[in-house]
Write a protein that binds this ligand. Sequence first.
Ligand SMILES: Cc1cc2nc3c(=O)[nH]c(=O)nc-3n(C[C@H](O)[C@H](O)[C@H](O)COP(=O)(O)OP(=O)(O)OC[C@H]3O[C@@H](n4cnc5c(N)ncnc54)[C@H](O)[C@@H]3O)c2cc1C
Length: 421
Amino acid sequence: MRRRAVVIGGGFGGLRVAQRLARYADHEALDVVLIDQSPYHCLRPKLPQALGARIACAVHVPLSALLASSRVRLLTKQVTGIDPAAHRISWEDGALEADVLVLALGGEPCIPPGMAEDPSVLLPVWGFDQTCGIRRRVRFLTDAARRGRAVNLDVVVIGGGFVGVEVAAELQGRLTRISHGDRRASVTLVEAQERVLPRLSAWAGRAAARRLAAGGVHLSLGTEVLHVRAGGVALADGRRLDAGTVIWAGGRIQAPGLAATSGLVDETGRIPVMDTLAMARDADIFALGDCAYSVERGADASEPSAHRAEAQADIVAQNVLARLRHRPLIPYRPGPNIYVMGLGPRYGILEVERLRTAGLAPALFKELVILRHLLEAGGVAALRGAASRVVLDELQPARWDSPPLPEGVVHATQVSGRHGE
Ligand SMILES: Cc1cc2nc3c(=O)[nH]c(=O)nc-3n(C[C@H](O)[C@H](O)[C@H](O)COP(=O)(O)OP(=O)(O)OC[C@H]3O[C@@H](n4cnc5c(N)ncnc54)[C@H](O)[C@@H]3O)c2cc1C
C-alpha cells in the first residue's frame, strides 16, 4: 500500500525535506506532496540586497523549476486548516490526508501589541512583497523630495540584530546613491541593548557599528522604542525620531497564524518539538525551521536561520523514513551557530564560535552559500537562471536604480512599481 508524506512550506527547510524524501518514492512506495501558498521559493537571505536595489527585487525561484526532475508533487495552495489528530490538511477548495506530516511553515515577526496604533506604518522586511513595497516607497519619497515636496526621507530601523543591521546598511547605501548626498536622507538604527548584534561577540558588534557609522547610519543604542506613529517613533528615553519610513526588524518571531489556529503552538508562539523534531503528542508530525523550537533547548536557542532549517531538514527526512520503517528516530544535534551577514557592497562579517573575520571574504562566502543552496535545490539549470539575477547583479549596482522620474509620473510609479523597481 502506498503511503503519503505531506510537507507544508517550500522554504529552506520544507523544500529540502521533500526533495530528500522523494529519492525514496519507489523504494518506500511513498508519495511526497509539497504544499506552498506561493509558487516561488523565496531566498530570504537576499532580501536586504533587494531592498537596497543592488539586485532585482525578485529574489525567488519558481518551485516548479526546482522540483522539475524530482518525484515531488507540488500543490500551490494556502493551507487554512491542519487537523493534527486526523493528519488532515485543508485549503479553500480541497483537503488531503497524510500518513506523515511535516510542518515547515517558516515564521513571521511578532510585533508587540500596542507598538503601533496603525500597524500599517510599521514595515517588516520578511517577504518579497514587503521588501519590494519598501523599495518602491523609498524611491517614491526621494523623487517627491527632489521636486520640492515636503516629505521625510529619513528611515528608522527598529532592531539591531542581523536582519536590522543588514537592512540599515543597504538602505543607507541606497539613499546616499539616489538622493545624491541629500543630507536629509539618513537611516537610524535603534537597538534596546547597548550594542548592535547583541547575540554575537562584542567584536562583531564593534565591527558592524564601525561599518554602519562609516556608511552614514546613525545608531541609537540602549533605549527601546515605546511606540510608532505615522511620522516617527517615540523612544523610552523621551526622545522622538522623525521618519517617513519605519521598519520593524526587532523582537522574536512566531509561527504563522495557521499554526496557532490549528492548536499547534504553545505560549512561545512556535511549535514545540522533541530533539527528534517530532511533536511530543504525535511522532508522525514533524516541525522544523523558524516555525518550531526544541523544548529541550528552549525557544531562545532556536534562532531563525536558513542554515539551521536545512540541517534540520536532513534529520526530518531520515526520521520520516524511520517512522515508515518502524525504526527508532535519531536526534537533531545542532552544530555551532554560523553567523554570516553582508553590510553593503563587498563587506561582510562572519562569526563561527572563535572564528571571526570581516571584509570581502565573508561577503563572498555568503554569496557562495546561496549558490550552493540553489545548486543543491535545483541543479545547474536553477543556478544559471537565478544566479545572474540574485548574485551577479550586485556587481553593477546602478542598474536597478533608474534616473529620477519626470514630473507627473511619480504617482503612477508608486502604484505600478516600474522604472527599475
Ligand atoms: C531579511 C532576512 C534576512 C535573512 N538573512 C539570513 C541569512 O543571511 N542567513 C540565514 O541563515 N538566515 C537568514 N534569514 C533567516 C532565514 O531566511 C530563515 O531562517 C529561513 O528561511 C527559515 O526556513 P523555513 O523553511 O523555516 O521557512 P521559510 O524559508 O520562511 O519557508 C516557509 C514557507 O512556508 C510557506 N507557508 C507558510 N504558511 C503557509 C500556508 N498557510 N500554506 C502554505 N504555505 C505556507 C511560505 O510560503 C514559505 O515558502 C533571514 C531572514 C530574513 C527575513
